[in-house]
Design a protein around this ligand. Structure first.
Ligand SMILES: [Fe+2]
Ligand SMILES: [Fe+2]
Length: 182
């Protein structure tokens, strides 16, 4: 694998792992604060980040040994309103900087599998940012968010609110690939 794409995969893996754990921590806080739907949103999205991490990690299967990774993390947890701000910050960085750059390099380097792995995450993080913005608006108004079923595609991590579609708009997996969080 080309070196820059390999580095990007390692760092993207690190970022997704952090997001996964951060969201589970935030889910506990939201539950304690009496925001069960926000907690459900964090839990569902944490699963999408795990799926992205899985894909990035598997593509590094040719490596052997330990490496230092560099991933942007958002720190300074607090109550749910602040935690949602951290989430929006993290997802926005991934959408505006990290994944577009990683995707472009993978394409330039002819790394098709890495391109797909980055692209699946990129498409998904766009939805995450919007869902977190909606949640923050509700929490800042002192309410839990009104939230339908959250669906997570178990193939690519794609996330949506509502009924599972016949085909995943990102990876084309069938309806049965979606796991519902309700
Ligand atoms: Fe995300
Ligand atoms: Fe999918």
């Amino acid at each position: 694998m080309m070196q820059t794409t390999e580095e990007n995969l390692k760092n993207a893996f690190a970022g997704e792992c952090q997001a996964r754990v951060r969201y589970l921590i935030f889910a506990d806080v939201a539950r304690r604060e009496g925001f069960p739907n926000v907690a459900r949103l964090f839990t569902a999205i944490s699963e999408a980040e795990q799926i992205h991490a899985n894909h990035h990690y598997r593509l590094l299967g040719g490596l052997n040994g330990g490496f230092t990774t560099v991933a942007k993390g958002t720190f300074g947890p607090g109550e749910t309103s602040k935690n949602l701000s951290l989430c929006i910050m993290g997802e926005t960085y991934e959408i505006e900087e990290m994944y577009p750059a990683f995707r472009a390099v993978a394409e330039l380097q002819g790394e098709r599998a890495a391109f797909t792995s980055f692209d699946w995450a990129y498409q998904t993080e766009k939805v995450h940012a919007e869902l977190y913005k909606k949640a923050k608006k509700a929490v800042d108004a002192g309410k839990d968010v009104e939230l339908g079923t959250i669906q997570i595609c178990q193939v690519c991590g794609y996330t949506l609110e509502g009924e599972a579609p016949d085909k995943c708009p990102v990876c084309r997996a069938g309806r049965e690939a979606f796991k519902a969080f309700q």
